[in-house]
Design a protein. Structure first.
Length: 230
């Protein structure tokens, strides 16, 4: 039974926004188009007992004093700093993996841009990661929820459910599992926007559009990497 285009069931609950819990419900969006997606781990609260933060054993894992950071991203000032930190982190814990940026698995699409930092640390389970402890004398607290994601190839629970409806979308259409990076060219096409080079492919979701993606798509079969985890 198709539910695309039908009214969503009413819901109400708590959500995380700007580090705080707020109440949300379907009633907040009456009269507006709404896309609901379900992402079971990346935006949920993480129990403090499950936190793995390599700053908690800062001296044991690696000396990051020569690094700048933005959230979980690490930026070493020199190649020597980056290599030394990677050597310390790569086998420091079973709860995260450390990679040099160039060696991050291609399926994560995270190995080309210097903004990703180096080394790159990726959780192996539902653990939040942070770079530094609070300064001496400051209270400690768990990292904010939703600050980073998890590899869906290693954590099947990360798979999401995606529903969409609108004048440009074929009703009742279902598609194979796909990576969410393919939503960018899909949405841009409906808005009539030209996109720069990106990690998504309109081919993957073109069949959900009434114009089949127009002239920007072709009959090529999406690769397994484009489709995402099965």
């Amino acid at each position: 039974m198709s539910i695309v285009g039908k009214a969503a069931p009413h819901f109400a609950g708590l959500a995380a926004k700007d580090g705080e819990q707020i109440k949300v419900s379907l009633d907040d969006y009456k009269g507006r188009w709404l896309v609901l997606f379900f992402y079971p781990l990346d935006f949920t609260f993480v129990c403090p007992t499950e936190i793995i933060a390599f700053s908690e054993a800062h001296d044991e894992f690696a000396d990051l004093s020569g690094f700048e950071n933005a959230g979980t991203l690490l930026y070493g000032k020199t190649e020597e700093d980056r290599a030394r930190a990677y050597t310390k982190l790569k086998q420091a814990s079973s709860q995260f993996m450390a990679y040099r940026r160039k060696d991050v698995p291609a399926s994560l699409k995270y190995n080309q841009n210097s903004r990703a930092g180096d080394p790159v640390v990726i959780a192996t389970g539902p653990f939040a990661i942070r770079a530094h402890k609070p300064p001496e004398g400051k209270p400690d607290k768990a990292p904010e929820a939703g600050m980073h994601g998890f590899d869906p190839m290693g954590m099947p629970e990360m798979k999401a459910i995606f529903f969409a409806a609108g004048p440009d979308i074929v009703p009742g259409k279902t598609v194979a599992p796909f990576q969410n990076t393919n939503l960018y060219p899909w949405i841009a096409h409906m808005l009539g926007l030209k996109t720069p080079k990106n990690d998504g492919s309109l081919n993957v979701l073109a069949g959900t559009l009434r114009d089949n993606g127009g002239e920007t798509t072709n009959a090529a079969t999406p690769s397994k990497e484009e489709q995402g985890p099965q």
